[in-house]
Design a protein around this ligand. Structure first.
Ligand code: AMP
Length: 418
């Protein structure tokens, strides 16, 4: 039997209803905040991700699904959405009329990570991005949005972590201090960290290896190295979150896995997911649009891990799964033909009906109606047809009424609608 690819998964009916609900709540909230949906391709030229995410990152170094297409061009299944949204913003000159644009997108991402609970090779993200706003209030808006979305979905137990990564002005000073600190601890670090310490020391702060975490315990904090403009930006973020009543913790280790971030970075973490504690992450990436060939344009955004959100959301899928309104138990062929016409007519009028096409016995059809959790069953066989009636049974109260066959659909509608 052919099984699915390791790290990939099916989202089955029953689970899908929860996903659809989350998606509708997210869409509603984004639209209320003026975000427009954008849909971007699943594949892009490899170069786009390599340049934007950064050559020294885990994603680019070892996780991308990259392959030559039939002409030999290197293409990659998108590991994240921000780079593509930037590419699209630049390519379609969306900055030309009004550079301020707010987008959201929902879809699958691909990273060849080691699969485990909450970590997949195809996973889904809900992304939101704001272009053209340098103000820290755009960062705050995103964090506020996340908090609202999460509480609408009853996720409980989530915590916003924030940090600042500075800017090209102050980060080099911090990097130098960090590199110096790391150099004094190389013995304790994993080989990845030792290799990266010169080119990308921030990544060492982010390493999940316990020995590295311990060795970095007293590492210098970027917040102590921010230039006045970045420090002020971060002050405003904190003050506005406070005044909006959004709780947060400042987490100096939060450097995130992608190179393009500047200033504010944030993550929403939960304790209920074990090792994979981040449900959403994001931050400001003021240099990225320019780096990809567009104008110098500030931008900020986030990505929510949909799979993880579906897991921590306090939703009972039973509330979302739609059950048939009606099961039609047709007991002979002629009744079956009539039943099929009713089923089609009801379906177009928003009433979900189902029936048995195999002409099984009444007993087995009633069982099936029960298994399908249909609210009503309509029984029609030769006897009923002779009388010009069908029997409508309320499966919960077990009450039965007769309904004339003549114009049955119209007659039945008021009886079975909520
Ligand atoms: P990132 O794009 O790495 O900032 O990730 C944003 C969010 O996507 C994370 O907080 C996770 O919730 C989710 N995520 C990232 N990688 C995976 C993965 N391999 N499987 C499931 N969710 C993921």
């Amino acid at each position: 039997m052919i099984q699915l690819i390791r790290g990939f998964k099916d989202i089955l009916p029953g689970e899908v209803e929860v996903w659809q609900y989350i998606e509708s709540v997210a869409r509603g909230l984004f639209e209320d905040f003026g975000f427009k949906e954008i849909r971007i391709p699943i594949m892009e030229k490899t170069e786009l991700f390599a340049r934007s995410i950064g050559e020294d990152t885990d994603i680019v170094e070892k996780e991308m699904y990259t392959f030559p297409d039939r002409k030999g061009d290197l293409i990659t299944l998108r590991p994240e959405a921000t780079a593509s949204i930037c590419r699209s913003y630049i390519q379609h000159k969306m900055y030309a009329d009004d550079p301020v644009k707010k987008f959201y997108t929902i879809g699958p991402m691909f990273r060849r990570e080691r699969p485990q609970k909450g970590r997949y090779r195809q996973f889904y993200q809900i992304n939101a991005e704001i272009f053209g706003v340098a103000s820290p209030l755009a960062d705050v808006e995103l964090i506020f949005l996340l908090k609202n979305l999460f509480s609408r979905l009853s996720t409980g137990d989530v915590e916003a972590h924030i940090n600042s990564l500075g800017c090209p002005e102050c980060r080099p000073v911090f990097k130098a201090a960090l590199t110096e600190y790391i150099s004094s601890r190389t013995d304790a670090l994993c080989s990845d960290c030792v290799r990266r310490k010169d080119r990308n020391p921030l990544r060492v702060l982010d390493c999940k290896v316990p020995a590295c975490r311990e060795a970095m315990e007293d590492a210098p904090s970027i917040i102590d190295h921010l230039c006045p403009a970045c420090a002020q930006h971060f002050d405003v973020v904190r003050a506005s979150l406070d005044s909006l009543g959004v709780p947060f913790v400042v987490n100096k280790r939060l450097v995130r896995g992608l190179d393009y971030y500047t200033r504010t970075t944030f993550e929403i973490q939960t304790r209920s997911l074990g090792a994979q504690s981040a449900v959403a992450g994001g931050g400001r990436y003021d240099g990225l649009v320019k780096m990809l060939g567009g104008p110098d344009m500030p931008a900020t955004g986030f990505a929510i891990g949909f799979d993880r959100l579906a897991e921590v959301a306090g939703l009972d899928n039973q509330d979302f799964i739609r059950k048939p309104d009606l099961y039609i138990a047709a007991l002979d062929e002629e009744s079956g033909a009539m039943a099929f016409e009713w089923l089609c007519a009801l379906g177009t009028q928003g009433i979900q009906a189902t029936m048995d096409f195999e002409g099984r016995s009444l007993k087995s059809q009633m069982k099936r109606a029960g298994r399908n959790e249909a609210r009503f069953t309509l029984i029609v066989g030769e006897d009923e047809r002779k009388k010009g009636l069908a029997i409508l049974r309320n499966m919960k109260t077990r009450e039965q009424v007769t309904v004339p066959l003549d114009n049955l659909v119209e007659r039945m509608k008021p009886l079975i609608q909520y």
